[in-house]
Design a protein around this ligand. Sequence first.
Ligand SMILES: CC(C)(COP(=O)(O)OP(=O)(O)OC[C@H]1O[C@@H](n2cnc3c(N)ncnc32)[C@H](O)[C@@H]1OP(=O)(O)O)[C@@H](O)C(=O)NCCC(=O)NCCS
Length: 221
Amino acid sequence: MSLPLSPRTPVVSLRVMELRDIPAVVHLHRINLSQGFFVELGDKFLSRYYRTFLTSPAAVALIAEVDGERAGFLVGCTDAAVHHRHVIRLERWRLARAGATSLLLRPALTAKFMRTRAQRYTRGLKRAREHAPAGTAESRRTGVLSHIAIRDDLRRHGVGRALVTAFVNIAKVHGVERLQLQAAADNTAAQRFYEDLGWKQDAEIQDPDDKSWISYVLDPR
Ligand SMILES: CC(C)(COP(=O)(O)OP(=O)(O)OC[C@H]1O[C@@H](n2cnc3c(N)ncnc32)[C@H](O)[C@@H]1OP(=O)(O)O)[C@@H](O)C(=O)NCCC(=O)NCCS
């Protein structure tokens, strides 16, 4: 699909993300979304993580191109419960292997993982095994915008807007009633971006590293 924007902006075209895009997406993630634990786990883990968005039946993974070159990407899902179940059931060992390999090479990161995440992940896995309904009425309606990043030399040209608009339209087609995302509390540029696109602030939350995040919601209908 091609979205001609305004005369001052280049033409942005969107397509579905493919396996060959993963190295570029991982690179964009590492330099633009550098603060997460996943980045600390390294590119192999990130690469495995992004593959889950190519295999999940509920995932949306888009690439934006400008003049035939990758300009940015967006990943998310139209059903958080289905996507989560897919990751737990079909991808957990591959992800765990990639994560464990990385932890084995980094003792300090292993200590951090044990301190901040091990219990939570174990509880999550147990919950997922014990309660695996085929999607509750509530979960079927909730989608998540997980990550978006645009090349810094192509920002403020409507590329991010094109990606988010496409994601919201896909969610609408899937009957999603609530979309969620989180932006770092110190990422005021992203907050302005989402607010400009109609997302509403919902709550402020702390992650296991005590970093603050603002959650945003949008009704795509
Ligand atoms: C946030 C981000 C995705 C925006 O992408 P983008 O392609 O530059 O955004 P757009 O050009 O589509 O902007 C749409 C509107 O959002 C707002 N906006 C975007 N960037 C903004 C900024 N830095 N400051 C203030 N408003 C901004 C503006 O209202 C803009 O419209 P305008 O340019 O006509 O004024 C991009 O800056 C990015 O990749 N940042 C690094 C990664 C990141 O923070 N991702 C989000 C994590 S939650």
